[in-house]
Design a protein around this ligand. Structure first.
Ligand SMILES: Cc1ncc(COP(=O)(O)O)c(C=O)c1O
Length: 433
């Protein structure tokens, strides 16, 4: 898409659609990929387990974040009709106006699972970042993880517009955070970062970050969208590196909640539209009157509240078995990558595995080959990621089959043989630094 000629604009000719043209220009690569690539903006016609049909092609899905496979679990599916009968399909009050008791039940069970003082449930993490970050930052200073999720960045932008300052610290670098906090004179300090990173699949050194934040009197705000349901508390006799109960990053590192606000969501591992803030009751009470989604936004559908509640029971009884299965699939893919000598930033064995391609201009054809071989992944194209990190991301779930994983590994082998993959040891600097 070429830019509108300057002369046309100067001559006062019709302006076209500047609100669209500007974006088509700056997102040229992505726009092109979206309009032409079968793995972008694809319409999924049908699913069968973790197989999906796009047009006339069946593919093994490695792009969903349904890590525990709750979306396909008969026990969880079977719990929904009774809730619909009791509550209808959608309550439609904002929570302040009318909060079905299901929320109280969810918050009670969640608080117990996380081992925190209290929790507040809101529809999505995006709602939470956009409303809670500006509230906590006020006109103070935010210290932002340079590679935090886009929705955290957006929350910080809102905070900035309301008078907060934003400084970025280097990814996975608590010493840099320490340096910035040491130089800061503002007394209101909020550190915003990801838990398990949605691109690298690694967890940050939470104890190091929490120590730095507490020493400088800062509040640590952490988004563990991808850790909740997957990683949890550890103890003697654990036979899975993810730990037990899936109760998120704070418990995984045996950290406390002092000066920590944990945000997470049910929309990934738990396959339900709901999110939460784990915080002291005092803050929860404030959020109920000051965080706009509690007052103004529509609620989650009843089916999602039902699957969250049923998910607690399944997590308690079978969650650790499902996490073991999830780890087994992930380890199989990582072992294959290691023996093929191809790069991935994943060093955690968590189920997010990013594979950078050797040449970023080849992402279109690499994606097509995956599609043709029946493997559906997330393409990480420029400008979603820097050119040096262009590649694709694979997410495993407990409900993938061994056969599906074998299909994925066979395509990785083919891509490695064709020289399309980045060799191990050449991890892009911004992923590691
Ligand atoms: C780290 C992280 N935070 C937040 C979100 C957004 O979550 P939600 O859909 O609940 O707004 C995502 C979703 O991809 C994510 O990966």
């Amino acid at each position: 898409m070429s830019a509108r000629p300057e002369t046309e604009a100067r001559a006062g000719a019709p302006l076209g659609k500047p609100w669209i043209d500007h974006w088509l220009d700056s997102l040229q690569d992505l726009t092109q990929l979206k309009s032409q690539h079968p793995m972008m903006d694809a319409v999924i016609d049908e699913i069968d387990g973790r197989m999906i049909r796009v047009g006339d092609r069946w593919l093994a899905d490695f792009a969903s974040c349904n890590y525990l496979g709750f979306d396909l679990d008969p026990e969880i599916q079977g719990a929904v009709p009774a809730y619909l009968e009791a509550w209808g399909t959608h309550p439609s009050w904002s929570r302040l106006l009318g909060s079905p008791i299901l929320y109280e039940q969810i918050e009670e069970r969640l608080t117990d699972l996380l081992g925190c003082e209290d929790t507040l449930a809101l529809p999505t993490i995006t709602h939470i970042h956009m409303s809670v970050i500006p509230l906590l930052a006020a006109s103070g200073t935010i210290f932002l993880d340079a590679r935090a999720h886009k929705t955290i960045y957006d929350g910080c932008q809102v905070a900035r517009a309301r008078g907060a300052a934003v400084r970025r610290f280097r990814f996975e670098d608590p010493d840099h955070l320490d340096e910035l906090l040491s130089a800061e004179r503002d007394r209101t300090r909020l550190v915003c970062m990801d838990g398990v990173n949605s691109m690298t699949g690694n967890a940050p050194d939470l104890p190091a970050f929490a120590e730095v934040a507490r020493r400088h009197g800062a509040l640590l705000y952490i988004d563990d969208a991808h850790g909740f349901g997957v990683i949890g508390e550890r103890g003697p006799g654990d036979d899975c590196p993810y730990g037990r109960r899936g109760n998120s990053i704070v418990r995984h590192f045996d950290e406390g909640y002092e000066n920590v606000v944990l945000v997470g969501g049910f929309s990934k591992a738990w396959s339900s539209l709901l999110a939460f803030v784990a915080c002291p009751t005092e803050l929860k009470d404030l959020l109920k009157v000051a965080a706009p989604p509690y007052l103004y936004s529509g609620p989650s559908p009843v089916a999602s509240l039902a699957t969250v509640l049923a998910g607690f029971d399944v997590n308690e009884r079978r969650g650790d078995e499902l996490r073991k299965e999830l780890h087994r699939h992930t380890k199989r893919v990582l072992d294959a990558a290691r023996s093929l000598g191809i790069a991935t930033p994943n060093r955690s064995e968590l189920p997010i595995v990013e594979f950078p391609v050797r040449d970023h201009t080849r992402i279109d054809s690499v994606g097509r080959l995956l599609f043709e071989r029946g493997v559906y992944v997330t393409l990480a194209a420029y400008p979603l990621v820097p050119k040096a990190e262009v590649g694709f991301r694979v997410q495993l779930t407990a409900s993938n089959t061994d056969e599906e994983v074998a299909t994925l590994i066979a395509v990785l082998e083919e891509l490695a043989e064709r020289g399309e993959m980045q060799p191990a040891g050449v991890i892009p600097p911004s992923v590691t630094a």
